[in-house]
Write a protein that binds this ligand. Sequence first.
Ligand code: F3S
Length: 286
Amino acid sequence: MKFEIEKASRTGFCFGVKRAVDIVTKAAAEHGGIETLGAVVHNPQVMERLGQSGVAVVKNIADIKGKIVVTSSHGVSPEIEETIRDRGIEIIGTRCGDVRRAQVVAKRLADAGFFVVIFGDANHPEVRGILGWIGNKGMATSDIKDITALDPLPKYIGILSQTTQAADEFKAFAQQAVAAALVKDTEIRIIDTICHDLRERQLTALELARRVDLMLVVGGRISANTKHLAHLCATVVQTYLVETAKDIDTSWFKGCRKVGVTSGSSTADETINEVIARLEEIANQP
Ligand code: F3S
C-alpha cells in the first residue's frame, strides 16, 4: 500500500482546551489531587492522562468530597456555581473566553426581552450552562420546526449558536428562521457565537478534504466539535472518526493515494502523532 499523508494546518488543542488542561494540571499539583465536576474536556485520552496526575471526575455536586472543585471549559450555570459555593466549596473555573462570550450575548438578549434560541444540542453541558444564564427564557434546538411551531411566534427572537457548531449549518438555520419570521411581524437578531478556532479548523479541514481520497478526524466520540468536523469532511470525501491509532482499519486505505488528518479541539498532539505513525506504518506495507 502506498499513499501520502497530510496533516491539516490547524490540529491539536485549541487555546481554550490548552488553558483548561493547564489550570487543572496546576491545581492537581498544588493541592495533591483535585476533583472536577464532569469532564473538563470531552476527550477520554486527555482525561485518562489527567487522571494519572491526580484529577478525579465527579458527576454531581453531592459527590464532591474536597473543598475545591474545578468546573469545565464548557462553563456552568449561575445556579450550579451558587449551589457549590453554598456548600462551602471553592470553584476553580476553566471556562473558555468564547463560551463566556456566548453566555454574555444570550443574557444581553434575554434582558432586552428577546426569546433566546441557541442553535445546538440541548443536552450539551455548554448549552445547559447558557440556558442557565438566561433563566431559561428561551430554548436550544437545531431543528427549525421547533421555532415555526411556536404559537404565537415571539415578537422578539434572538438567535446565537453553541460555540462548537458547524458554521454552514448555523447559517442555514438562521436563514430559515428569518424566512419563518418575515411575514409574522417578528424582530429577529442573529449573533454568530461560533468559536474562531473551530471556524478556522473547519475551513482548513475542508480545504484538505477536497484534495485527498480519505480523511481521518482524530478526537473523542462524545466531542461535539469532533463530530461536526467529521460530518463536514464526510460531505466531500470518505471520512472516519478515530479516537486513537487502535481504531484504524487497514482495509480503509485500499486504492488511496493521499490521506488527510485533522483533529478536534480537545485532541492532544501525542494522539495525533500516534495516528500519523500508524498511517506511515500502513503506507509502507508492501
Ligand atoms: Fe473555546 Fe473554541 Fe476551544 S469555544 S474551548 S476555543 S473549541
